[in-house]
Design a protein around this ligand. Sequence first.
Ligand code: ADP
Length: 261
Amino acid sequence: IKESGKAQYDDHGNPISFIGVSFDITETKQLQQQKDDFIGIASHELKTPVTSIKAYTQVLERMLLKKGDIVEAGLMKKMDAQLNRLTSLIGDLLDVTKVNSGKLQYNHTYFDFNEMMRFAIEELQRTSEKHQIKEDLQEIGLVFADKERLSQVVTNLITNAIKYSPEAQQIIVHSSIEGENILVCVEDFGIGIAEDDLNKVFEQFYRVSGNMQHTFPGLGLGLFISSEIIKREGGKIWVSSKEGKGSKFCFSIPRARANDY
Ligand code: ADP
């Protein structure tokens, strides 16, 4: 139940009346819950077949390459890239329902930070021929964090950099140690973001509107999920951008976490 209202007082400050409205939002909450449950179940069901199609595609690509069927292998690679997009859309839908219900799980381990970075970059470079992803990585060593979730953030930022720079080929991925923190930035020279939209791009379902919106497919969830992950790692995520010039998305996370695990 949501209530709002105003009390009225006499000259001595004693309350004499109260005018108010109260809404019963139980039903709205139930509908929201049902919607989240449905999205959660549907995306979970979609995930399994897509994962096996992706595995078959990769096997077929290797078989065709072995046989020397370059053109057919190229088609398989394109299919693999599209399946990556589908997998990430389904993953975003699954994650957003988990974030909204506080059920996004974290699994913290020690891992080599740059190895995770290089793996993510390699996977994206493999499926995107037009863009060149330049690595500018300082050796960081072992980090105690959620490897899969951080890899998801890096992948999301690079995927966006590629998607929103159809004319420019260069993407720069930077990582360094800054005092107590690790800093990661992904810079592109693409369409950029207008100043008014800059602080909204991390909101759930927010997409910059305009003619460009239909050119670039998406759900407007990637940055929202990324910012939730970075918050949970005790870090910060931000963007600087100039319309028509390009964008630079950065996040920083503490190198060593307080003893809360
Ligand atoms: P999606 O890309 O699926 O729309 P995101 O949450 O990843 O969702 O991004 C939200 C919005 O922020 C995008 O729709 C786009 O308008 C803008 N955006 C994100 N990354 C970039 C980028 N590198 N360059 C320009 N605009 C971007």
